[in-house]
Design a protein around this ligand. Structure first.
Ligand code: KIV
Length: 281
């Protein structure tokens, strides 16, 4: 990728152009300013402040408990670290399913106070009316089909979606409905490659896959997963590009041992006073 391309601000329009040109869209999550700065510097096109912050950073079991306030807090931090990537913030569970006005208020705050340039929400036909409302107030919306983590209890776990013909047909119909409602892109999570390819061909907006094979118009991963920062197992679709947790644990253990043994701080990390000042104290 040329330097020119990397420095140009990414917009929802650029993502559509990339689909038309057959250029793969690169997306990653981020939850804090320094990570967002790294992701931005690397030239990633889309940063998602995922509601995965709930389990990845906040210690919750899954994404269900995270609140709009918590999402706003992380969105603000990510916005401070980002300059080029399109910044998308996840709408948390129950912020858009019950009351469209509530959805407009939450999304509006993400944009106005948080610095988000778009929001993402999960679901198909059932969320089409709220997507239309958000687009009406000029908030670009990214859809999310397949394994939608906010529906984990209904889905009975984190499982591949769309393997049965009926499920596959429904997902394709939902994708078309989302496009009709005005989304600028659709995340496809844990979907068989063949189905993701078909959806990608049949909708006019970019598809961003996570566990959906390489036929999608782009890819997204959870940044902590691909950097190897978590303690637990990761899904099959995660490729580890680094193994940071063991390096971090080793550093913390060495610090602990040195403090206990009196080896830290040594002279290199200690301030001294000029002898005169010391004498006058
Ligand atoms: O919350 C998140 O991180 C996501 C991605 C996995 C797409 O929704």
């Amino acid at each position: 990728m040329s330097r020119m391309t990397i420095s140009k601000k990414v917009t929802t329009r650029s993502l559509l152009d990339m689909k038309h040109k057959g250029e793969n869209i690169v997306a990653l999550t981020a939850y804090d300013a320094p990570t967002a700065a790294l992701v931005n510097e690397a030239g990633v096109d889309v940063i998602l402040v995922g509601d995965s912050v709930a389990n990845v950073k906040l210690g919750y079991e899954n994404t269900l408990p995270v609140t709009p306030e918590e999402m706003l807090h992380h969105t603000k931090a990510v916005a401070r670290g980002n300059s080029r990537a399109l910044l998308v913030a996840d709408m948390p569970y129950l912020s858009y399913e019950i009351d469209a006005l509530e959805a407009l208020r939450v999304a509006g705050r993400f944009v106005k106070e948080g610095g988000a340039e778009a929001v993402k929400l999960e679901g198909g036909i059932e969320v089409a009316p709220v997507i239309k409302e958000l687009v009406r107030i000029n908030v670009p919306v990214m859809g999310h089909l397949g394994l939608t983590p906010q529906a984990v209890n209904k889905l009975g776990g984190f499982k591949v979606q769309g393997r049965r013909p009926q499920e596959a047909d429904k997902m394709l119909t939902d994708a078309r409905i989302l496009e009709g409602a005005g989304v600028f892109a659709i995340v496809l999570e844990a979907v068989p490659e063949e189905l993701a390819r078909e959806i990608t061909k049949k909708v006019g907006v970019p598809t961003i896959g996570i566990g959906a094979g390489k036929a999608c118009d782009g890819q997204i991963l959870v940044v902590d997963d691909m950097l190897g920062m978590g303690a637990g197992p990761v899904p099959k679709f995660v490729k580890r590009y680094a193994d940071l947790r063991p390096a971090m644990l080793d550093a913390i253990k060495r610090y602990t041992a040195e403090v206990r043994a009196g080896g830290f701080p040594g002279p290199d990390h200690t301030y001294t006073s000029p002898s005169k000042t010391r004498a006058s104290q």
